[in-house]
Design a protein around this ligand. Structure first.
Ligand SMILES: NC(=O)CC(=O)C(=O)O
Length: 317
């Protein structure tokens, strides 16, 4: 059994933000709520998927910011700088939900010049878009960038059709972040949670916490939101946090809400309803070890019968 993945107890906050079409408002509102969370003792604060824009393929280009080369200028990415300043002001780690990112690959049709085939440059201009999460240290330093690896392309007749790949390109790595005081956390985005391999690799590489800024909807949220969070926690015996925007029935996309923190025994520690709110939960040092001692999956795996997926996994773009 691996021991003390979580080096000391830490307070995690999920800010279920009311996100609007007004980016400047979203940024200042996020600041207010993050500071509220840190006043309540949070050391790590998470924002929702697409927290500074509406969620929808037609909105991504309009709201996208340039993040590379890093650091971007204030004009290229007001959100990068707002989050970096906020992390310093709050004295906390901030997992900045996600934002639409644009990369100008130049040339005709993206990296490989194969516009429209899923490799970028889908509008023929050489620009590619990603759904991207930025994590900052309390010093304001950018610690990690995660681009959504699994794009949300679904079609449930009569319920919901969504195709992120119409505009977005996928990220190509697993994001594991070492926080010296506490240990390792993994950050992925929404639909990424449905792919257990990513979670298992991160957990077996030592993550104590899997964080997913996300925006499930009224169909898939009711079916799978809590179940996915509990399943990833149960499979891996780690903490899991899912952070959604609050629900706005006037918006085109109706987010499920219900941000929650799940413990390493798959127990829901706290969950919001659909309205704006903040969850603050203490993740307790020793709890993961206690759960793993009781149900010792970690020493019972049979890699002579099936492969160890954690021997694979790509961590660099
Ligand atoms: N919005 C997503 O990326 C995923 C989602 O809503 C779902 O998996 O359901």
């Amino acid at each position: 059994m691996s021991s003390q993945l979580l080096k000391k107890s830490v307070k995690l906050a999920l800010v279920q933000l009311a996100c609007t079409a007004d980016k400047a408002h979203n940024l200042s509102h996020a600041r207010t709520k993050v500071l509220e969370a840190t006043k309540r003792g949070a050391h790590i604060v998470v924002l929702p998927e697409c927290f500074n824009s509406p969620y929808g393929t037609k909105f991504f280009p309009q709201y996208a910011e340039t993040l590379l080369p890093s650091p971007p200028t204030e004009a290229q990415s007001p959100t990068f700088h707002a989050l970096s300043r906020l992390a310093r002001e709050a004295g906390a780690y901030i997992v900045g939900g996600s934002i639409p990112e644009v990369v100008d690959e130049g040339g005709k049709g993206g990296k490989d010049g194969d516009k429209g085939k899923g490799k970028g440059g889908k509008d023929g201009t050489g620009r590619v878009w990603y759904n991207t999460s930025l994590t900052f240290a309390p010093s304001g330093e950018l610690l990690a960038t995660h681009r959504k690896v699994h794009l949300f392309d679904i079609d449930i007749p009569g319920k919901i059709k969504f195709k992120e790949s119409d505009i977005l390109s996928p990220g190509n790595k697993i994001t594991l972040i070492d926080i010296p005081e506490y240990g390792k956390i993994a950050v992925a985005i929404c639909y990424d949670i449905r792919f257990p391999e990513l979670a298992t690799i991160a957990a077996r590489k030592g993550a104590f916490l899997l964080l997913y800024p996300g925006a499930f909807n009224l169909t898939t949220g009711a079916l799978h939101w809590e179940l996915q969070a509990r399943a990833r926690a149960m499979d891996n015996q780690v903490y899991v946090g899912l952070c959604s925007p609050s629900r706005d029935m006037e918006a085109e996309y109706h987010a499920w809400g219900h941000s929650l923190v799940v413990g390493p025994n798959a127990e829901v520690l706290e969950q919001l309803d659909e309205k704006e709110g903040i969850v603050v939960v203490e993740l307790v040092q020793g709890r993961i070890d206690e759960v793993r001692k009781g149900i010792p999956l970690y020493t019972q795996r049979r890699f002579d019968v099936y492969p160890d997926v954690s021997e694979g996994g790509k961590f660099e773009e």
